[in-house]
Ligand binder design. Structure first.
Ligand SMILES: Nc1ncnc2c1ncn2[C@@H]1O[C@H](COP(=O)(O)OP(=O)(O)OP(=O)(O)O)[C@@H](O)[C@H]1O
Ligand SMILES: N[C@@H](CCO)C(=O)O
Length: 352
């Protein structure tokens, strides 16, 4: 009998203003894999991937090139399993737009880790799953929120010398460039992650708060949006962010939420000001939302992840906010789509 299971991973919005590389929020758009493993056979048949939804025209369907399946193979090989099961079939349906700051790559990585764990029947703990995801994505905010779900804060443990070296191997060694006909015999064993890299806590979330994602119709790669950030910050700017983040993690749990407190607590001096040069959506976005004294349902706005999506948090009048935003963007020749999103649960694997 064939084995069938699904892997469902949510979108995430990282940073939420001041929490650069620290906080992430899982949102109600998903990447879902439907996986069929046929009964074992004598012949080794290659995996077949089909794909629908966001990115369907761009994503590689070769299992040795596709991000999700390469991550799954990484997990398998680190656990002594050289190849995918013969005749493996995966259908991916994706609702998360690529390169918009909604954690599409984090979701693809987490889906790959869960896929590898399930195919190899490895029964890895959540902590170990996170180690594997962090070896690929390297900053914890998106992958931790995608795996655990909710509004999540995380840090990376300070590693000793040996673990630092293990965690710093280039991504090209973790996910090597496989030839398209790669099979069981190809390549060396990849470097496994050190243990217990990421640590996290899930905060509460105030039930009436929803997120409006205002999504420009262009991509911005996270790598590019990180290149513009400085190596050093002033004490004043660091304290500015720390003060706001400390308040924000509790302010977003309170019901009713306090718009004045949240609006100010979502300000940032660590990444958004530098990304202005790349993302003129942020300049536009920061003019959309009036101060909450004028509109108590608008709580605050931020760049979602590395951008270009703008995330507005609000308790009502969602459509009005989004349509006002669309009109303002239009005057600057930026076409946007918008989605009203709720906070999602964490990743799920279900046998069918
Ligand atoms: N479902 C997927 N399958 C395969 N590859 C994917 C998938 N989703 C994303 N990717 C890869 O990740 C790239 C986007 O990653 P990137 O980190 O630049 O943006 P993002 O994750 O959408 O945004 P952010 O990290 O700011 O939230 C895509 O161009 C694609 O190469
Ligand atoms: N914290 C990361 C999130 C990107 O996914 C950044 O802002 O670069």
């Amino acid at each position: 009998m064939a084995q069938q299971f699904t892997v469902k991973v949510p979108a995430t919005s990282a940073n939420i203003g001041p929490g650069f590389d620290v906080v992430g929020l899982s949102l109600s758009l998903h990447l879902t894999l439907t996986v069929t493993v046929p009964p074992a056979s004598e012949t080794q048949l290659p995996p077949i991937i089909t794909y629908s939804g966001e990115g369907a025209y761009d994503v590689p369907l070769d299992a040795y090139k596709n991000l999700t399946t390469r991550v799954a193979l990484y997990v398998l090989r680190c656990n002594g399993i050289r190849s995918f099961p013969s005749g493996l079939r995966i259908h991916a349906h994706n609702e998360i737009p690529f390169g918009r700051g909604l954690g599409s790559s984090g979701a693809a990585v987490v889906a790959g880790v869960l896929l590898g764990n399930e195919l190899g029947q490895l029964e890895l703990t959540a902590e170990r799953l996170l180690d594997f995801a962090l070896m690929v994505e390297r900053h914890p905010d998106n992958v931790t929120a995608a795996l655990i779900g909710g509004f999540v804060g995380s840090y990376l443990r300070e590693l000793d010398e040996a673990d630092t070296a293990a965690a710093s191997v280039p991504l090209s060694e973790v996910l090597p460039e496989y030839p398209s006909d790669a099979g069981e015999d190809w390549g060396l064993n990849p470097p496994p992650p050190p243990s217990g890299i990421g640590h996290y806590v899930r905060f509460g979330w105030s039930e009436p708060i929803k997120a409006i994602a205002i999504i420009p119709r262009f991509e911005l790669s996270t790598a590019k949006a990180r290149e513009v950030l400085p190596q050093h910050y002033s004490r004043k700017d660091l304290v500015f962010n720390l003060q706001r983040l400390a308040v924000l993690t509790t302010a977003l749990t309170q019901n009713p939420p306090d718009p004045d407190l949240i609006y100010e607590a979502m300000k940032d001096r660590i990444h958004q000001p530098y990304r202005k040069t790349l993302v003129n959506t942020w300049i536009t976005g920061s003019h959309i939302i009036h101060h909450p004294c004028n509109s108590s349902w608008l709580l605050g706005i931020c760049l979602s992840g590395a951008g270009p999506t703008i995330l507005a948090l609000a308790t009502k009048n969602f459509e009005k906010i989004a349509e006002d935003a669309r009109r303002i963007f239009k005057t600057r020749d930026i076409e946007v789509d918008w989605k009203l999103l709720t906070v999602a649960g964490g990743s799920e694997v279900k046998q069918s």
